[in-house]
Design a protein around this ligand. Structure first.
Ligand code: 0GY
Length: 304
């Protein structure tokens, strides 16, 4: 059965450009998803959107086309806490993919161990209200305590306006904490304004907080590359991402976010997204930290 996609849903971009920016050898796409295929891995009944399919084979084809070596596959909310599609993609990656799962409090130690063997190294706590139902913080803290002994970390996704309310929870987590998409700043505000300064403070205080400097296409108000060239692509996001890369060079990650859930106006060409990296990490040393050293330390420490 083919499911009806959410109205206005944009499918991912088939035939992306070959990036002009040459990724450092061994680069990791540290934030991407798989969707289904729904005939094999049905979407969760509690999901807030129904996407198109985006399979593990299609993800690997994109990885190779763009010049990445590895992927970190983050559980998408359309699959709820049913991690089978993500785990299956990790298991078939020949060790070249790690996963970040969504689990509920009832998860058993045996299930966690199985996921660890498959390549899962973290759990995701999502606070974006349009994507998930509310989960009490004490439940999330219990989960964090369960996964900490495995050496896993917590990935958090939230809107910038909600940071004050989430601050104590984040700083109280017992693991490394990785923030998705820079904590979703409003990039029409100044990069040194109150809102982003708060995020910088969050990262400055405890040394266990990391950030993905990803998703310019999601955060930008100024928008995508002009048709005649990408030099001004997502220019309003550049200063935010560059500030994090320069200030916390050993705690930043980058990912494509393929297949780009919930984009209604514009679907990015992943090749041009890769070209964007050279604007936010301008020196080769920073590029290597962002794309190789940092993700390898977090997801493949045994190879360090
Ligand atoms: C992202 C962003 C989004 C969605 C999800 O799991 C998800 O459904 O992460 C979003 O809609 O902002 O990171 O892919």
């Amino acid at each position: 059965m083919t499911l009806e996609k959410t109205a206005g849903w944009l499918d991912w971009y088939a035939g992306p450009a070959k990036p002009r920016f040459q990724l450092p050898t061994g680069s990791v796409d540290a934030h991407c998803h798989v969707f289904g295929p729904s005939a094999e891995f049905p979407f969760a009944p509690e999901r807030k959107y129904t996407p198109c399919d985006a399979s593990k084979q299609q993800l690997v084809a994109l990885r190779d086309h763009l010049g990445f070596s590895r992927n970190v596959i983050v559980q998408a909310t359309c699959h709820g806490a049913d991690n089978r599609a993500m785990v299956d993609a990790c298991l078939h990656s020949g060790g070249m993919a790690r996963g970040v799962a969504t689990v509920r409090r009832g998860v058993t130690d045996a299930q966690l161990q199985d996921m660890h063997r498959a390549g899962v190294r973290g759990v995701r706590f999502n606070f974006v209200k349009r994507l998930v139902d509310f989960t009490p913080k004490n439940e999330l803290m219990d989960i964090a305590a369960r996964i900490a002994p495995l050496g896993w970390h917590v990935v958090v996704y939230f809107e910038a306006a909600d940071l004050p309310e989430l601050w104590d929870f984040f700083t109280g987590l017992p693991t490394t904490v990785v923030v998705d998409h820079m904590g979703r700043p409003d990039v029409s505000k100044p990069v040194d304004g109150e809102e982003f300064e708060r995020f910088i403070r969050l990262m400055r205080e405890p040394p266990n907080i990391w950030s993905k400097v990803s998703c310019p296409e999601r955060l930008s108000v100024s928008g995508p590359p002009a048709l005649n060239g990408e030099s001004a692509a997502y220019r309003d996001v550049v200063l935010f991402a560059r500030r994090l890369v320069e200030t916390f060079p050993d705690r930043v990650l980058w990912g494509t976010d393929w297949p780009h859930p919930n984009l209604k106006d514009h679907m990015p060409d992943d090749g041009l997204l890769v070209d964007f990296i050279s604007q936010i990490a301008t020196a080769p040393e920073r590029q290597r930290q962002l794309l190789v050293d940092n993700p390898m330390r977090l997801y493949w420490p045994e190879e360090g």
